[in-house]
Design a protein around this ligand. Structure first.
Ligand code: ATP
Ligand code: MG
Length: 313
């Protein structure tokens, strides 16, 4: 099986990214997969505490600066079978300014690990590092809670990620300078949203239209709505899906809901991830449904990509 990278991000702090990343990692391991949880919340890494692993000695800095050229040496075992951790806990501010080539090298090293799944927990915000790691993943997950600030940050995260993806990929279409001009805040084309950008490139036609079509296909984030307290709040998921299509012209899918549940907080205090011992609890049942959905979506995407690459031969 081809290795898969899942990244969990989403703009706002404290919405449940680490909770979801950690528990999805555990659930994937329980299905018999070899899983590596990568804590890339550089500057705020805390998955080790929550997994009950003692303070990591080595971090990603050692790999980036080539003191430890072998990424395997960063792997920390956990007491859960099939689950290991790579922690960014020892990494400081300097690593927050990693060059894109360094990030690529790090992610391709992650892909070479002997693992079926790499689950990346990202930090809050839309810093380039966070967005770049998000974009380098095969499954891109955004955690949102039903609060206007979180929703606003999720839209910002989506918009910035799409722009950044476009910028990264523009070079091979020889469109870098065009895209750079368009993405300037004071651009003369009056382009302020992904939708306007897509329309503009489509109007240019030719290479530009092919490029933007490909970028829309490549952009595949899923939303998980966390800390839901009512049916009314649940509807925010579908509303966001519709809004992304209407205002951004982007196909963002809602992959599921997680209720607000007091036991989640307690599990953090107890350092006992719910998926470890509370398999019959509502939060774990809901997480399992989401995990299955993500696996299904991944399967469909792989099938589609295989078909496309066969057609291209
Ligand atoms: N579904 C939920 N029900 C109840 N409480 C929750 C739920 N999800 C998360 N929480 C609470 O929110 C807190 C923050 O969660 P978590 O650390 O996963 O957020 P985060 O998005 O990773 O934050 P940061 O951006 O700081 O890394 C948890 O400690 C927990 O108390
Ligand atoms: Mg976190």
């Amino acid at each position: 099986m081809e290795k898969k990278i899942w990244a969990i991000g989403g703009g706002k702090g404290g919405v449940g990214k680490s909770y979801v990343a950690g528990n999805l990692g555990i659930l994937l391991a329980q299905k018999g997969n070899n899983v590596v949880l990568a804590d890339l919340d550089l500057g705020g890494a805390n998955l080790h505490t929550w997994l009950g692993v003692s303070n990591p000695i080595k971090g990603i800095t050692e790999f980036i600066e080539r003191d430890i050229p072998d990424i395997k040496k960063l792997l920390i075992p956990t007491d859960m079978p099939g689950l290991r951790l790579i922690s960014g806990a020892k990494d400081g501010v300097e690593i927050a300014n990693m060059k894109h080539t360094q990030k690529r090298r790090f992610v391709s090293a992650l892909r070479q690990l002997d693992a079926d799944y790499i689950v990346i927990d990202l930090g809050a915000g839309t810093a380039y590092n966070t967005v770049d790691f998000f974009l380098l993943a095969d499954t891109q997950i955004i955690i949102v809670i039903p609060e206007p600030t979180s929703i606003e940050n999720a839209y910002r995260f989506l918009k910035n990620s799409f722009y950044r993806q476009i910028l990264h990929n523009s070079e091979k279409f020889r469109m870098k300078s065009t895209i750079k001009n368009i993405l300037r805040k004071d651009n003369p084309f009056n382009i302020n949203t992904p939708k306007q950008l897509i329309a503009y490139l489509n109007k240019l036609g030719g290479n530009a239209a092919v490029f933007i079509e490909e970028q829309q296909q490549l952009f595949i984030p899923s939303i998980i709505l966390n800390q839901v307290r009512s049916e009314k709040e649940k509807r925010i998921g579908v509303a966001m899906e519709k809004a992304c299509l209407k205002y951004f012209n982007l196909n963002v899918k809602i992959s599921g809901y997680l209720d607000f549940d007091e036991t989640v907080r307690q599990s953090v205090i107890d350092r006992e991830p719910l998926a470890k011992n509370s398999l019959e609890s509502v939060p774990v049942k809901q997480l399992s449904i989401i995990c299955e959905k993500l696996l299904q979506e991944e399967k469909e995407r792989t099938k589609k990509n295989n078909l496309l690459s066969q057609l291209a031969l």
